[in-house]
Design a protein around this ligand. Structure first.
Ligand SMILES: *Cc1c(COP(=O)(O)O)cnc(C)c1O
Length: 884
């Protein structure tokens, strides 16, 4: 088939930071496994009769015919779509609406994906290649249709085909629901990384859970409050998942456990309750390559149909109830980001997920018939945050209890297999599970964790005798009532490499979070891989006009797979004609967003206003509160101005979007305040041309794709040291939006790349934070008059019933202000003023935005994934040969 598999994507060059901690981690680099010169180890010739049941000729001719149906000319594509309309959907032409057309077209795309998936998986299996397994409890994939068309290189013929059938591509794209199996940054990162592994031809599977309810849908009620409603993403058949009902796995909970002899021999785990894990596969196409990696999402099922004993004993209800209870395991995604609630069901989810996934990986490994000591040569497992840390004791259990491996050798295998990415230093987000809960749910695993702990503590005691404080800090078990298992400590000692997600964050991980482990395991155990985003979705797909301008200007679309090529734009940054085209793209995207705002909020806005965006999960540390306080300040200033002065000021449109965790009261008040302010300001006829505010409900990947290309300024204003990296900052800068931010997370590296002169920085830096917090604690703070003026305005009822916001305002005063809004407020207003002034000089502004895009190459997820591949996974790309 011609899906563009013949165009070889060049491998992007990895950019390495000069980081003292970033030497190769893995002291025992896993051996590269033996390969022939072509990188291909044939399984040995098979007889045709072994491959095909029946007549090989009949099979081959049928396969060839079938492949023909995947041809990519417009007529063939239409035939395929109509085939699905007529058979899969069982509809007649007169009965096809946009939803039906989407489904039929998506199913025809899915046929291509499945074909490529098959070829890829067969090839990787035959080549006995190493695979990476990316364990992430969240994958925030967004929509699949447009992305697959672009990656397969068939968007153009599909466009034409749909037109011929009487449909508009954009409208068809719009009926797809997002796959919202994630909360925010962490889940979106996983999605970007999978896209990159496929594009780079790195064999990789994602493992996750298939939640019946993904992230909730956010509705804003008439008082401006967030209301959560379930998002039934599976309501219309989801074409992007392939059920593998015959590959279900049994997962055990509870039961009784005995440790092995001396703690280290094979132990046992019996009795308990079994739940079925059913896999659903989501193919992930690479960009213009046949490599199609896989995300395997597990769904929980009860075992009722197997439970004949209970069934026959007349205990039908109990059997059914048990099954229903089992299904609750994957019923819902926990809607908290950067916050650990410690719910038992969440622990069940985590074990269910890692146990099913490891079962799968070990089954695959056994077929290779090589010793277990070679397990890390074939498998690298990346732990995306501590959520999958139970995989460490689970693999120990499999190796020691089931496979009879000696404990010490098993531990060596485990450590060579796993690596761990830390995503936050916020203490409320560090996972801990109570020992009684773990013991009740996973008795054998608790024994294994204790044994690992004992070994470690003995070792530490040897190195630092009589240092009880150190032992207490490092122990996997936190003393107290109840005792708690520290998942991060377990992840650190069970891995061969720990990384943070931006240079500053990785530094804090070592300095503040795990200093004892740095001493114990060595600096090389720790490192940094700065996050990245995929240019396929976050430029090519979401910003087609800019993408086209870039391709036309550079004379090639190589930047899509080698983002460093954008650098070539710098030489046009001052070019008047180019600037004009560049600005026209921004204006078109601005209009698209204004249309969206009008359609969803019924709000008419100034279509030439500077668009100032803050879209991300609502959290105190991200300080949307400071942003809206700044908006109020601007409003108060505007009210004091003469109409003529007002006209001279750059008009603004402030855009907010984001979900708050349902139980996060203060975050929900921030949403309410944004909506209240928006209501007052937008209703003020004197101000409307100069300032308007839009809170767009239900932030999602698809909404981000509309908002990001339109932004002039985006805000990444977390308290210094609290945002590990951020990734939306990268998406904005890539799309020619300038950043207004604090010296936090990846903002710092983005400024290094695009130039300080192209970023608006403000606020205190990380080392200031402890003493500022202390000053609040001791009541030694002066509140700026500007802030008090804004607070008074809210208290005056200018934005509706004032009392409602008291608990939110209270976070600023009385020794609190943990996130230092009052300390950074003046500096923030100052930075906003600089934005206004800079925007007046349009040629210089446009030049800044061009340079910003041009220098974002190093923030490609391709770079990040290659860095993981080289420094952590020890895996190389392997291209699928033409004749596979
Ligand atoms: C990129 C992205 C995020 C992460 O945003 P940050 O500003 O980095 O927190 C969250 N949600 C969605 C839908 C995204 O696309």
């Amino acid at each position: 088939m011609s899906n563009g598999a013949d165009s070889t994507p060049t491998t992007p060059k990895a950019t390495h930071e000069a980081n003292p901690f970033e030497k190769l981690a893995n002291p025992r680099r896993v051996r590269a496994h033996k390969r022939s010169a072509t990188g291909f180890i044939p399984e040995g010739p098979k007889k045709l009769s072994e491959i095909f049941p029946g007549d090989a000729k009949a099979w081959k001719s049928a396969i060839a015919k079938n492949a023909e149906s995947l041809k990519t000319d417009v007529d063939s594509i239409n035939a395929q779509i109509v085939h699905h309309v007529e058979t899969t959907l069982a509809r007649a032409a007169f009965n096809v609406d946009e939803m039906a057309m989407y489904q039929a077209a998506a199913l025809s795309v899915r046929d291509r994906l499945i074909h490529n998936w098959d070829v890829t998986q067969t090839f990787h299996t035959q080549a006995r290649t190493k695979r990476v397994y990316y364990f992430s409890l969240e994958y925030l994939l967004g929509r699949g249709y447009d992305n697959a068309l672009l990656n397969l290189g068939v968007r153009q013929p599909y466009n034409e085909g749909l037109k011929g059938l009487g449909f508009n591509m954009e409208d068809v794209i719009d009926v797809e629901r997002d796959m919202g199996l994630g909360n925010g940054g962490l889940g979106r990162l996983a999605a970007c990384y999978l896209d990159s592994t496929s594009t780079l031809d790195i064999p990789c599977w994602g493992y996750t859970l298939r939640y019946s309810q993904g992230i909730f849908k956010q509705i804003i009620d008439s008082s401006g409050n967030q209301v959560e409603v379930p998002d039934p993403w599976l309501e219309n058949q989801n074409p992007w998942e392939i059920p593998r009902l015959d590959n279900a796995v049994e997962i055990k909970f509870h039961g009784e456990a005995t440790p092995g002899e001396g703690g280290k021999g094979p132990g046992t785990w019996t009795g308990g309750l079994d739940v079925l894990a059913v896999p659903y596969d989501i193919p992930v196409p690479g960009y213009k390559t046949q490599t199609t990696n896989n995300i395997r999402a597990w769904s929980a099922r009860g075992k009722v149909s197997f439970d004949l004993a209970k069934f026959n004993a007349g205990d039908y209800d109990a059997a059914v109830r048990e099954a229903e209870e089992a299904e609750t395991i994957t019923r819902v995604l926990y809607p908290n980001e950067n916050f650990d609630k410690g719910k038992a069901l969440r622990l069940k989810q985590q074990y269910f997920w890692v146990a099913a996934s490891l079962h799968d990986i070990c089954r695959r490994f056994r077929k290779l018939r090589v010793p277990w000591s070679e397990f890390p040569d074939y498998n690298a497992i990346q732990l995306n945050d501590t959520h999958p840390t139970l995989a460490i004791p689970e693999l120990m259990r499999i190796l020691v209890d089931e496979e009879g491996q000696p404990w010490d050798e098993a531990w060596e295998i485990v450590r060579r297999t796993f690596s761990y990415t830390n995503h936050t230093v916020l203490s409320e987000a560090l996972e801990k599970w109570s020992v009684p809960l773990v013991e009740w749910l996973l008795p054998r695993h608790l024994q294994i964790i204790y044994e690992i702990n004992l070994d470690m503590l003995k070792d530490v005691e040897k190195k630092w005798p009589n240092d009880r404080a150190r032992l207490a800090r490092m122990s996997l078990i936190e003393e107290g009532y109840p005792k708690m298992v520290r998942m991060a400590n377990l992840a650190v000692v069970g891995s061969h490499r720990v990384n943070g997600v931006a240079a500053l964050h990785s530094h804090l991980v070592q300095q503040d979070l795990f200093p004892d482990f740095v001493e114990y395991l060595g600096r090389d155990h720790f490192g940094n891989v700065t996050n990245g985003v995929t240019a396929r979705r976050w430029l090519l797909q979401c910003n087609p006009s800019l993408a086209k301008l870039i391709t036309d200007t550079l004379g090639s679309d190589e930047w899509v797979v080698n983002l460093d090529k954008l650098e070539g734009l710098t030489k046009y940054a001052k070019d008047k004609a180019f600037q004009k085209k560049w600005a026209a793209c921004k204006q078109a995207n601005r209009e698209r967003l204004c249309d969206y705002i009008e359609a969803t909020l019924g709000l008419t806005v100034n279509r030439h206003a500077l668009i100032d965006v803050q879209v991300k999960r609502i959290h105190e540390y991200k300080r949307q509160f400071m942003n809206i306080l700044g908006v109020i300040f601007r409003y108060l200033q505007l009210k004091k101005m003469s109409p003529a002065d007002r006209k001279r000021l750059v008009p603004r449109l402030s855009v907010f979007a984001g979900k708050a965790a349902p139980g996060y009261y203060i975050a929900k008040l921030i949403i309410r305040l944004c909506n209240a302010v928006s209501k007052t300001i937008n209703a003020d006829k004197d101000i409307r041309e100069s300032l308007s505010v839009a809170f767009l409900p239900d932030y999602s990947v698809s909404l981000a794709e509309i908002i990001i290309p339109a932004s002039d300024i985006s805000e990444h204003i977390s308290t210094a040291g609290t945002e590990a990296s951020g990734t939306s900052n990268m998406k904005f800068a890539l799309n020619g939006g300038l950043l207004l931010g604090t010296l936090d997370g990846a903002n710092i590296e983005i400024a290094e790349a695009v130039g300080d002169e192209n970023v608006f920085f403000f606020g205190h830096v990380t080392p200031d934070v402890p003493k500022l917090r202390r000053a609040h604690h001791f009541g030694e703070v002066q509140y700026p008059a500007e802030l008090l003026e804004v607070v008074d305005a809210i208290r005056s009822g200018m934005f509706g019933e004032a009392g409602v916001f008291e608990p939110l305002l209270g976070t600023l005063f009385e020794g609190k202000d943990h996130y230092l809004v009052s300390d950074d407020f003046l500096s923030y207003l100052q930075a906003q003023k600089m934005v206004d002034e800079a925007y007046v000089d349009q040629p210089s502004w446009v030049e800044k935005t061009i340079n910003s895009t041009a220098r974002m190459g190093r923030f490609a997820s391709d770079r990040a994934v290659l860095q993981y591949a080289e420094e952590i996974w020890n895996i190389e790309p392997i291209k699928i040969p033409q004749d596979a």
